[in-house]
Design a protein around this ligand. Structure first.
Ligand SMILES: Cc1cc2nc3c(=O)[nH]c(=O)nc-3n(C[C@H](O)[C@H](O)[C@H](O)COP(=O)(O)O)c2cc1C
Length: 212
């Protein structure tokens, strides 16, 4: 098995839930920058729409954005989230070395979208989501190979407009993953893994040879 295969097979969901804040690491920034550089090598088919590139700070053509929360910001944010809606997120923020809020950048819709519909169901948008997902997976693999435990969450309360506003995330972006990076040393914090992982099937169950 080569190194890439190893990183892919060893990547797994690990959630750390701490009752009390864990110590903040000192070297998190450098590590996150390394992971982001790897994330940014993901394939993407088309540049994001111009309106997503107007901010001076983040004007990249890539159809994704990563918003970095330091360990200190994670510790500050947790207790401010509405406990009725926040679920396990505050406990994970109490443990995380950092949180990367990964978004993708939808193309503008030609018509007003029906209530509840987040974006146009277009090929362009599908490809933007696919590209942004590849960037996230790259990041998870880079974390795994460095011994950093990680968890791709749908985000829950972090998706809400009010949370975006507090975190300075433009409302035009759509959350694709709240990526928690956790330390190895977690004291007596609870460690949880995915229930779906053991139910994975082998490739005969989701691939086929095409014959003409
Ligand atoms: C788009 C996406 C969203 C996810 N959201 C959640 C989530 O909100 N809660 C959760 O427990 N796991 C979430 N996961 C993690 C999956 O449940 C997990 O990857 C899957 O069960 C397989 O387990 P493994 O990652 O350990 O291989 C998400 C994964 C993806 C790709």
């Amino acid at each position: 098995m080569n190194l890439v295969d190893k990183a892919i097979s060893e990547r797994k969901t690990v959630k750390i839930l701490a009752e009390k804040d864990l110590d903040c690491p000192k070297k998190w920034r450098e590590t996150v920058q390394e992971l982001l550089a790897v994330a940014g090598m993901a394939p993407f088919h088309r540049a994001c729409d111009q309106h997503h590139r107007e901010s001076e700070a983040m004007s990249g053509i890539e159809p994704w954005r990563f918003h970095i929360l330091s360990p200190q910001t994670c510790r500050q944010l947790g207790p401010t989230l509405d406990p009725k809606k926040a679920g396990k997120i505050p406990k994970m923020l109490a443990a995380a070395d950092s949180l990367l809020v990964a978004t993708w950048l939808p193309n503008p819709s030609s018509e007003t979208l029906p209530a509840g519909q987040l974006f146009d169901a277009s090929l362009g948008n599908m490809e933007h989501i696919a590209a942004a997902s590849s960037a996230i997976q790259n990041l998870l693999l880079a974390a795994t190979i460095r011994g950093i435990r990680n968890y791709w969450s749908s985000g829950g309360i972090l998706r809400e407009a009010t949370t975006f506003e507090r975190l300075g995330i433009p409302q035009s972006e759509i959350l694709l993953g709240a990526i928690f990076l956790f330390p190895q040393e977690t004291g007596d914090a609870q460690v949880a893994e995915s229930k779906l992982r053991p139910k994975r099937t082998t490739q005969e169950n989701w691939s086929r040879c095409v014959e003409l």
